[in-house]
Design a protein around this ligand. Structure first.
Ligand code: NAP
Length: 247
């Protein structure tokens, strides 16, 4: 029986946990950071909270006799991915990443690519004010806090704890969303600019179709670098197949 640790917090991680949980050849432990108050839990054994850096994760791998580490974290969770690569190396455990493909622009899209969320805020700072929808998540909303000449619709799962812009509305919601609902939301709030990370995947991509249809500009935050030494597959299905091939 192969023991697999999945670093999760994504739909792909939950899907892979389900496949492995139903397969008697594997024992699976899922790990969540504990950021979301009411997380969508994977099936099977789950632990919640940080490991205490790469050394803590390496110790966990050894202590729990993990045979394979799967980094199925969000494409923007750069620290844990770096930690995973280092811990796997230190503990002598093979690692695999699940990395969903990026979104690519389609005809009609008006994308401006920016390297970071802070750069997106910098781009808005240099413009006349307007109305922006912010979907980059709770942890980054503070980057926009000083932009008094902009109004923001801030969509988050849990309320941000840091400072927020003077003019905003907080919308607590969790995907998936439909293009019709996204179009209605962008229209109702008269949004000029949509700010999003290039997360990829289908769960929250309806906003891009809606922005395209309405001719709304998108500030697309590029992904951070990921450790190149960890081989990556694009889906949970492919990760399951790779684990089976090695079993
Ligand atoms: P991060 O900046 O890469 O990681 C910060 C620290 O959080 C890590 O050093 C680690 O603490 C802990 N951590 C992160 N993921 C963990 C996991 N799956 N299990 C145990 N500890 C974990 O991460 P983040 O961007 O804050 O994301 C946190 C979690 O939310 C991730 O699991 C990710 O999949 C999910 N998520 C993130 C985003 C996003 O936009 N960043 C979006 C959706 C979901 P220690 O060093 O103490 O081990």
């Amino acid at each position: 029986m192969r023991r697999v640790l999945i670093l999760g917090g994504t739909a792909e991680a939950r899907e892979l946990a389900r496949s492995l949980h139903e397969d008697a050849r594997f024992t699976v432990i899922s790990s969540l950071a504990g950021r979301v108050v009411d997380p969508r839990l994977p099936v099977g054994q789950t632990r919640i909270g940080g490991f205490g850096g790469p050394s803590g994760l390496a110790a966990f791998l050894t202590e729990h006799r993990i045979d394979v580490l799967v980094d199925a974290t969000h494409p923007f969770a750069a620290t844990i991915s770096r930690n995973a690569a280092r811990a796997a190396d230190d503990a002598g455990v093979p690692a695999l990443a699940v990395l969903r493909p990026q979104w690519e622009p389609l005809p009609g899209d008006r994308w401006s690519r920016v390297p970071t969320v802070a750069a997106a805020a910098g781009a808005l700072a240099g413009r006349d004010g307007g109305r922006a929808m912010l979907t980059t998540g709770r942890q980054d909303a503070h980057e926009f806090a000083t932009l008094d000449h902009w109004w923001f619709l801030i969509r988050v799962v849990d309320a941000p704890s840091g400072p927020l812009p003077a003019h905003h509305e907080l919308l607590r919601a969790r995907g998936p969303y439909t293009p019709d609902a996204e179009r209605a939301l962008l229209r109702a709030h008269d949004v000029d600019v949509l700010i999003t990370k290039n997360s990829g995947g289908d769960l929250v991509s309806a906003k891009l179709a809606a922005a395209r249809e309405l001719g709304i500009e998108v500030l697309m935050v590029e992904r951070p670098d990921r450790p190149s030494e960890v081989p990556a597959v694009p889906t949970a299905e492919a990760a399951y197949a790779a684990l089976l091939a090695d079993a």
